[in-house]
Design a binder for this molecule. Structure first.
Ligand SMILES: Cc1cc2nc3c(=O)[nH]c(=O)nc-3n(C[C@H](O)[C@H](O)[C@H](O)COP(=O)(O)OP(=O)(O)OC[C@H]3O[C@@H](n4cnc5c(N)ncnc54)[C@H](O)[C@@H]3O)c2cc1C
Length: 593
């Protein structure tokens, strides 16, 4: 049974314009026993069955990979998003998040698993006909069939709709596919591939293609990391596909591709967050044991700084992910729908596409930071294969590349916001105008508030105004040419990512679950460190964006407005990072796990 929450349902991107109550956000502290149970199942599976076999997977033992996918299926891990009727376990999106987090303990198998549970299950469930579901979905959910997702080509990665694979219509209504897909996860042994091709060279369409129809795999790519996951080209040479195997509608392949990506980006963010938990535990344990100059390196301030920062960044990503999952679940629950069809989930992920892109970018970049510092804390041992730190680092680099590169996702974040504002779905334009008036009026004195995190709440409110100022000004300055101004869009995206992360962290730390926990002070510390540092980043991005859009007196007026908004006094983060680091070292784990 889905276990949705009582969250007030903001629309996607609406957090930029509205305040949210800490009582309304979903946080890890609100997880139910059902969420914990599926999390334990995934964790035990990875610990007991995947990690001990990592070397065999890295030697490309794909029969083992198949067995492990089947085991994951038997445990219900492949079917979290699918109702029982089709062989799934029908849980909510918080559960999907928890499973993705735990599967990340092995990045290589996580990729194999993701290509099956996300990139094959989701399109089949959302766009498949009853026949597709009966014929393929049930077997994908048990792991009897292995799935893959064939979108990218040599000449079209980010520009996925520029695919050159063709599907020629035959007189009997079937299709003949010709072309080549690149870098396909599970490509070496997949039985069923969701393939995107242009019908008669024009209409971008998704197909369900069985290997037996004639797909050939290229050789395994020599990758930087993820050596335990298969990545190959897939070659289609006169591959005949029945008319019944069109997935969705002819000419509507972009709907399949983009909606699947919304799901997959969110889950990739979750996987990155799960990976960061593991690396923090490794670093904390190593720092406690490794002695230099007669003491554990964990006692050095430089190491405490690293650990504290790794924890604060992970905390913000975790907070925004659980908040987003809560919003998605609440929206699905509030939408009248038949449990059997995925239309409510599809609409919910479309609604929160901005948040899914934020989750992907923030998650993959926080993980990169954490894994780089994990190596640094391990010193020379971090650079050699005796320790897992170097493998994690190599494995994680691709997270910034696939599921839409971070550049493409950064462009999407303000791009989607602007589109919704122009359509009137988000009241961004009136809010930006009101802000302009506010900045021209007399300054108001902030009300004094001694409640915990009051300064951070004020800072987040200021960040939102900065984001609004930049987004409004960019729309006004560039109009329909906004898409051409990528550098400015990237700055706006960076501010929005920091707003969502900082607000989610503060809301979580202020929520009843955190306040009533014995770790309340640690929650405060993580949120405070993140907000303090976000203030510097937001200011730097805003100054650069403003200077790109205005000059002379106009620029000076805007910079004065920015200074007025961003009156954030730096706090002593040294003591806060030390508190977080000491807790991680004492527990040998991420403090909020
Ligand atoms: C290990 C691995 C597994 C993968 N698995 C799959 C899979 O299962 N299925 C699948 O279909 N694909 C898969 N991919 C492919 C992946 O999705 C693509 O590599 C990715 O989308 C980027 O495309 P590209 O490599 O062509 O890079 P390009 O699109 O050529 O990008 C190169 C650079 O240019 C930037 N860029 C491109 N366009 C723009 C723009 N408009 N504005 C600004 N910057 C831009 C990019 O951000 C990037 O920095 C996988 C890749 C890897 C490495």
């Amino acid at each position: 049974m889905p276990t949705h929450t009582e969250t007030t349902i903001l629309r996607g991107g609406e957090w930029l314009l509205q305040a949210t109550s800490p009582d309304d956000v979903f946080t890890p502290e609100r997880m139910t026993e059902e969420h914990r149970l599926i999390g334990r199942t995934a964790q035990e599976f990875v610990d007991n069955e995947v990690l001990p076999n990592l070397d065999r997977l890295e030697e490309k033992d794909w029969s083992l990979a198949r067995d492990l996918v089947r085991r994951a299926g038997a445990l219900g891990l492949l079917g979290v998003d699918v109702p029982e009727e089709y062989g799934g376990v029908g849980l909510d999106k918080v559960s999907s998040l928890v499973v993705s987090e735990r599967m990340a303990r092995s990045a290589s198998f996580g990729a194999t698993f993701g290509a099956q549970a996300n990139l094959t299950v989701i399109p089949l469930f959302l766009f498949g006909t009853e026949e597709h579901k009966r014929k393929y979905l049930s077997k994908i959910l048990t792991g009897e069939l292995i799935g893959a997702y064939g979108l990218s080509e040599t000449g079209s990665g980010s520009d996925a709709l520029g695919a050159r694979t063709r599907a020629a219509t035959q007189p009997d209504g079937s299709f003949v596919l010709n072309g080549e897909k690149m870098w396909i996860t599970n490509g070496g042994f997949a039985d069923l591939v969701v393939v995107f091709a242009k019908v008669d060279g024009e209409q971008f369409t998704a197909f369900l293609v069985e290997r037996g129809f004639g797909i050939k795999s290229g050789k395994e790519e020599h990758k930087m990391g993820l050596h335990g996951s298969s990545t190959t080209a897939l070659i289609f040479q006169d591959v005949k596909v029945p008319a019944a195997n069109v997935l969705g509608e002819i000419g509507k392949g972009h709907k399949v591709a983009f909606n699947v990506l919304n799901f997959a980006r969110f889950k990739l963010g979750a996987a990155c967050e799960g990976g960061a938990h593991g690396a923090i535990a490794e670093s904390a344990t190593y720092a406690a044991q490794r002695r230099q100059f007669g003491q554990p390196i964990a006692s050095f301030g430089a190491i405490k700084h690293k650990l504290g920062e790794m924890i604060a960044r992970t905390y913000a990503v975790e907070s925004l992910l659980y908040r987003t999952a809560g919003l998605v679940d609440a929206r699905i629950a509030a939408t009248p729908h038949d449990e059997k069809d995925g239309s409510a989930a599809l609409a919910a992920f479309e609604e929160y596409a901005i948040e899914a892109s934020i989750a992907k970018v923030a998650g993959s970049e926080a993980l990169n930071y954490v894994l780089d510092e994990n190596i640094q804390i391990h010193g020379g041992n971090g650079y050699v294969r005796d320790y897992p730190a170097e493998r994690h680092f190599r494995d994680a680099r691709v997270n910034r590349i696939f599921e839409g590169t971070n550049e493409i996702n950064r462009l999407l974040i303000p791009g989607m916001l602007a589109r919704r504002a122009v359509k009137g779905d988000l009241a961004l334009i009136p809010a930006a105008k009101a802000l302009q008036d506010e900045l021209l009026g007399p300054p108001s004195m902030p009300e004094s508030d001694a409640a915990p995190l009051a300064d951070e709440r004020r800072a987040v409110a200021a960040f939102k105004k900065v984001a609004l100022m930049l987004a409004g000004l960019a729309m006004q300055t560039y109009g329909t040419k906004l898409g051409d101004e990528q550098e400015v869009l990237m700055h706006v995206a960076d501010v929005m990512i920091d707003v969502y992360g900082a607000e989610s962290a503060v809301l979580r730390a202020s929520s009843p679950g955190a306040r009533q926990s014995p770790r309340a002070a640690l929650h405060d510390a993580a949120a405070q460190v993140f907000v303090n540092d976000a203030a510097f980043r937001v200011e730097a991005s805003a100054r650069q964006a403003l200077a790109a859009m205005a000059e002379g007196d106009t620029l000076r007026t805007m910079l004065a407005g920015l200074r007025r908004l961003l009156k954030v006094t730096p706090i002593n983060t040294v003591v806060l990072r030390r508190r977080l680091a000491d807790e991680a070292v004492a527990r040998g784990a991420y403090p909020f796990a």
